[in-house]
Design a protein around this ligand. Structure first.
Ligand code: AMP
Ligand code: ZN
Length: 675
């Protein structure tokens, strides 16, 4: 190990503070204080110093948010102070009754006020800090025992790993981890593209993500956190924060994100106004809320009132009007998606929910069905919230009619009658018949979609008819249609038919990356398609590539590489490509071809570099810029893909790794010569 000088130690401290501050400004305050590039530079400098001087590494360093390897399981932990649930009130009368109850219990109290907070719909967490350092993050569990998910909690950027200065020695913080709605929608889109089962709602998505064993996957999901409770053991006199309101302010000072829409309310009338206001304004929030939480502000009064078996007596959740309602299941239909996934859907007696009429609700997949033990005729609770897909949350078996039949997933595809499969370990049942009309319809709709070939006028209804009438049996058939052949379709005139044929013909000019995306290969969304087409300038190249060659593309993982490779191995897909080639579709990139010809002349084209240690004359950034200008790429860590390691003085672990992997080393002088 290299000896550490006081200067190095000081620089590491300095960098940590800067990175923490910047990250706080970005994630908690929503008010970035520096350019991303500057942040990256500081972060990397810190990373480099820590890898050169591993003795300096501490778990609360901002570089340590994501773990290296998945956890084998989570251990149970006992909460020092139990996490209680909240009593519900569904309207102002119930709220007033709750107030009556606690006032009877504390008859001497004449002055009091409430703090109203939004009730965030996520998953609650208990965080423990010792000497200002995050030492544990746990789920609520049953309230007494939770699971230790510290590794995952660390990936949430708005949770400080280290509290702001002069924090009390021991601090317990509670709050809600949640997925912002756009992140939720995005992850469902990705899951849909990847042919995976969708998350029912942000709450389930947050809870599921937190219990994911691989913290690297958690980090990708972009969870966020609002803190709402502060416990300081040994502070019975409550001198630091005598009220909930002051607790929230202190939490904010300690570095947490605290929801800004809190309000002090001295009376029921103010509580009502707050509740009414947020019942409409919640629709414009970036996250989901399912009510407001009203808490007695004085912590002294809170302590006096205490807890029932399940709830604090000093707080109540005032829920928004029912987004859950009971209704009857009149039948179950099974839909087949673009990827062949079978989704059972409950057909319901129509019911009013969250301002809309709901007559169908998703049952998600076979696992979920088994869990619910759904019978046709059952009375169920359906739930709908905001833009979330209506879903069946629970069955009421006590209301089940005699002789009701349990619903079972069919063993053949309802569209093509071919046997379906359910891969072991997967919740999804699938049809894998590539000429299944459902899959064909999905393939056509995807092909014509805006991000793919963008064929104007070719929508769901037309596709449905075309497939029904067997006008097209693959996307290639689209290019053989004539205006006349379309006239047999409903509501199709000569003019419209010609326009559609024109739009189809025009799609032949769409670039290769859109075509690759349009093929609908599993895991190949538009971003991956772009990455792939940058490296594989034509279809021949990608079809001939081995999984390892595909995985060598920056940003492409093994699962994607496998899926791509397998797709091109299938004879049916190979003949599809041949037919597409004959139509004149773009199966090669024009710009990339031209660019590459230019780039190829650059001296470092296609080479990957890592720089380590202190170079004699060049700063690390300067070296990086020079390499990039010459067509090379610079990455942070040494891997088998690295071509050269540029080594300066005091090189550390990267040099060792490069030696192990047998990667060529360069001095600064040698690098300059290559340039
Ligand atoms: P429920 O799960 O519906 O019984 O509601 C209780 C849960 O609401 C608590 O366990 C917390 O996870 C959550 N919650 C969300 N926002 C707040 C808040 N501002 N204060 C207290 N609890 C909250
Ligand atoms: Zn089928």
């Amino acid at each position: 190990m290299e000896p550490i000088t006081p200067q190095i130690e000081q620089r590491v401290q300095e960098l940590r503070q800067l990175v923490e501050k910047a990250s706080y400004a970005y994630y908690v305050l929503d008010n970035p204080m520096m350019e991303d590039a500057v942040y990256d530079r500081l972060y990397r400098e810190l990373q480099a110093l820590e890898s050169a001087y591993p003795q300096l590494l501490t778990p609360e360093s901002p570089t340590q948010r994501v773990g290296e390897r998945p956890a084998a399981n989570f251990t149970s932990v006992r909460h020092k102070v139990p996490l209680y649930s909240l009593e519900n009130a569904f309207n102002l009368e119930e709220f007033a009754a709750w107030q009556e109850r606690w006032r009877r219990q504390a008859p001497g109290i004449n002055e009091f006020e409430y703090v109203c907070e939004l009730k965030i719909d996520g998953s609650s967490l208990a965080l423990t800090y010792e000497n200002g350092i995050l030492v544990r993050g746990a789920t609520r569990g049953d309230g007494t025992m939770g699971e230790d998910i510290t590794q995952n909690v660390r990936t949430i950027r708005s949770i400080p790993l280290r509290l702001a200065a002069d924090a009390p020695t021991m601090v317990e913080v509670r709050g809600e981890a949640f997925l912002p709605l756009d992140v939720f929608a995005q992850s469902n889109r990705e899951r849909e593209q990847a042919g995976e089962a969708l998350f029912a709602n942000p709450r389930n998505a947050a809870a599921g993500t937190l219990r994911q064993l691989d913290s690297r996957k958690v980090a990708k999901r972009k969870l966020d956190f609002f803190a709402y409770t502060l416990h300081i053991p040994g502070q019975e006199d409550l001198a630091v924060a005598p009220t909930q309101w002051e607790s929230l302010e202190l939490l904010q000072k300690l570095g947490f994100r605290v929801n800004p829409h809190r309000q002090l309310c001295p009376s029921v009338a103010e509580v009502q106004a707050y509740y009414d206001r947020w019942n409409t304004e919640r629709l414009s929030l970036a996250y989901m809320t399912d009510g407001v939480v009203v808490k007695i502000n004085s912590l002294k009064l809170q302590a006096e009132l205490g807890f029932t078996q399940k709830f604090p007596r000093w707080a109540v959740a005032l829920k928004y009007p029912a987004e859950e309602a009971p209704t009857k299941v009149v039948g179950v239909t099974v839909q087949v998606g673009r990827t062949g996934a079978l989704t059972p859907v409950a057909e319901l007696q129509p019911v009013q929910l969250a301002g809309t009429t709901v007559s169908r609700a998703s049952l998600h997949n076979s696992d979920r069905l088994t869990q619910l033990d759904l019978h046709i005729g059952d009375t169920v609770i359906v739930r709908k919230a905001g833009e979330i897909i209506p879903e069946v949350v629970r069955v009421l078996p006590e209301l089940r009619p005699a002789h009701a039949q349990r619903f079972q997933m069919p063993s053949v595809c309802p569209e093509c009658q071919q046997p379906v499969i359910r891969p072991t370990g997967e919740a999804v049942t699938r049809c894998i018949n590539s000429s299944c009309p459902a899959i064909l319809r999905g393939a056509l709709i995807h092909w014509a979609s805006r991000e793919a070939l963008d064929i104007n006028g070719l929508g769901d209804k037309l596709v449905l008819q075309m497939v029904d009438k067997k006008l097209v049996q693959s996307v290639a058939d689209l290019y053989e249609l004539t205006a006349n052949s379309l006239l047999s379709l409903e509501r199709m005139g000569k003019k419209l038919a010609e326009k559609l044929i024109g739009a189809i013909a025009e799609s032949k000019t769409q670039p290769w990356e859109r075509v690759l995306y349009g093929l609908g290969i599993r895991h190949v969304g538009s971003v991956n398609a772009q990455l792939l087409t940058q490296k594989f300038p034509n279809v021949e190249a990608i079809a001939a590539a081995s999984p390892a060659q595909i995985e060598a593309v920056y940003g492409i993982g093994p699962e994607i590489a496998q899926a791509v490779h397998q797709w091109f191995q299938l004879p049916a897909n190979q003949s599809l490509i041949e037919r597409l080639q004959a139509t004149g579709i773009q199966l090669a990139s024009q710009e990339t071809a031209a660019n590459q010809a230019g780039e190829k002349n650059l001296p470092l084209a296609g080479k990957i570099f890592v720089v380590t240690g202190t170079l004699p004359t060049l700063k690390r950034d300067e070296a990086k810029a020079l390499i990039q200008k010459a067509g090379g790429k610079v990455t942070d860590s040494v891997s088998a893909k690295t071509n050269y390691l540029v080594v300066g003085e005091d090189a550390g672990s990267k040099l060792k790794k490069a030696q192990q992997l047998g990667i060529a080393q360069l001095t600064e002088a040698q690098l300059l010569e290559m340039l």
